[in-house]
Design a protein around this ligand. Sequence first.
Ligand code: C5P
Length: 308
Amino acid sequence: MSASASITVRAAAKINLHLGVGAPREDGFHPLTTVYQAVGLCDDVTATGELPGWDLRMLVADHVDAGAIPLDDTNIVSRAATLLAAHHDLPVHGQVSVEKAIPVAGGLAGGSADAAAALVALDRLWDARTTDDDLLAIAAELGSDVPFALIGGTALGTGRGELVTPVADHGTWWWVLVPSLEGMSTPAVYQHFDKLFPDASPTPPPADELLAAVAAGDPKALAPLLRNDLQEPAIDLRPDLGVLIERGESEGALRGLVSGSGPTCVFLCESGDHARDLAGALLRVGPEVVLVANGAVAGAHVVGGDRG
Ligand code: C5P
């Protein structure tokens, strides 16, 4: 590509429909059986080659806490660039800007989405032609949720979450998402899980029944099967999340659930109209930000660009 080429890649937030957690492994990670779903709350990553060096910018939506995002080389986008460049023996270069709508430290894998989008964008910008398997391996090195952010849709995750397989999904699933102004640390929630459940089995709980409901596409059948083993530790650390879930359910959600390690809470609805009604009802009683999104949507994919 020429020096002024640009490419924009979109990647979605995830929800865990099932997050079964086992006792920690020797490396400290927890074995998971999880069912991910990508939902239509997305970040866009645009990469251009205009600068000789490396430059990273964040343009954040009003509900995103910009102060919580590092802009140095610890940012997961910079780490993605470093790993991809090393894989191809290239210098890290480009100007990358991230338009963020996915809350930070929210349990929605927003950082993972940015990393996945950056891998796809830089691979194109650098004309590196990384194979899918290599891209997934680099993604796994960046974080447990990054491979899923590449593939999107609805998928089963095993290992520490990084081994992903698409699953049958015949539904359109409507969600109300309620982010929290204050993020939560994923390691802290996992540590609290260990404290609350010192006798957890090394084998995480399976998701077979839930997978059948996802394949069938029936939200009423799915609702009682949603499961998040990090919900109890998250609510123990943040009791307001429990209050919010009860509120959403009493306002008519089929089911409320903490998303991943929290603190975003998600509410399953029967339809788009139901989700919009619930969002309106929740906005009247408290939370400042209430979003509606549906799933499943695509993984990291190109939405724009020019060849300079
Ligand atoms: O893989 P990722 O970097 O996203 O994980 C962040 C942290 O979450 C890990 O350092 C670990 O403390 C915790 N984690 C875990 N088990 C997993 C995934 C994440 O304990 N399966």
